[in-house]
Design a binder for this molecule. Sequence first.
Ligand code: NAD
Length: 342
Amino acid sequence: MINWKSHPSFDGHEDVVFVGGEAQGFAGIVAIHSTAIGPAAGGCRIWDYDSADDALTDALRLSRGMTYKNAMADLPLGGGKAVIYRINTDRVDAFQKFGDAVEKLNGRYITAEDVGASVADMRAIARSTSYVAGIPKEAGQAGGDPSPMTALGVFVSIKALLGGSVQGRTVAVQGVGAVGYNLCKLLADEGAKLIIADVNQTNLHRAQALGAEIAPVDQIHAAGADLYSPCALGAGLNTRTIPELGAKFVCGAANNQLETEDDGARLVERGITYAPDYVVNAGGIINVSAEYLGEAADVVEGRVRAIAPRLLLVLESAKSKGLTPHQAADAIVRERLAAARK
Ligand code: NAD
């Protein structure tokens, strides 16, 4: 058994539960970072990690990120995340069993979609537990695939960064999956020029049909653009890519974009404005939260659009305090968590 309390990414996690096993046909981890503000909410990622330790590292980093994202978005939720790193049985059966494990946590963790998971997977989980969101609801009720709302939150943030309009501006999008594609549609509809890259040819060609230019996967960050939008996986902003970045703004949906804390300072040194990932990619969890709390669909869009002014406040705070944007966002969240713990 891995000792998660001594793991470098532990960061005070309240609990980590190893779920599944040989007999269950799947293996995964549920990480609960904080329930100070409310039940720990965060999606379930399905990924083929090189080792169980890599899966744990990802779960811990993503889970902590959810605490910060949910608190920043003013949601009544704490932070948690699940990763499933092996499925060797029928998929529906595996997710139903994962649902049993979520149910046993008695509402301390609420799951939803993340990379690799689908609405069908959430339906399978819902056979075993009610602590799941991301399932289409009746007309008028919030719910369903969170990706369009995540894309909207990133889109309004991009507009705010580019002075209110994307007309005629060039945006380079890395990863045109569920979020990236929806983002490309919003950008194209308002007259932005798109440069895209994706390792998945089907997704690439679907987005290319919006009139996008294609860049090589290992060069998209360096594309000459007004703004670079990482919408694939994390850690894409690092010592290798930052010196090569072609845009003066970075704003995308991917979680944990900075490989290390120092990369935030490297971006500032290069005069690049970085929109902290968890500030701008909260649209999906705002949707999930409304679904889980049984709220009406029409409250969601207003909350997602409020991400743009919130981002500008974080950037102002960074400037006035001499912090990187990420540090300024973290400081705001830490204050909120301290107040909740009192
Ligand atoms: P997705 O799996 O639907 O899309 C990701 C896309 O990135 C895929 O098309 C994949 O082929 C591509 N990709 C992977 N590696 C790549 C690489 N090296 N270069 C270029 N493309 C690559 O996932 P998604 O739901 O669109 O999520 C995208 C990112 O946004 C993830 O980091 C996710 O954690 C984050 N996020 C998603 C949501 C949501 O609502 N789905 C919410 C918040 C954050």
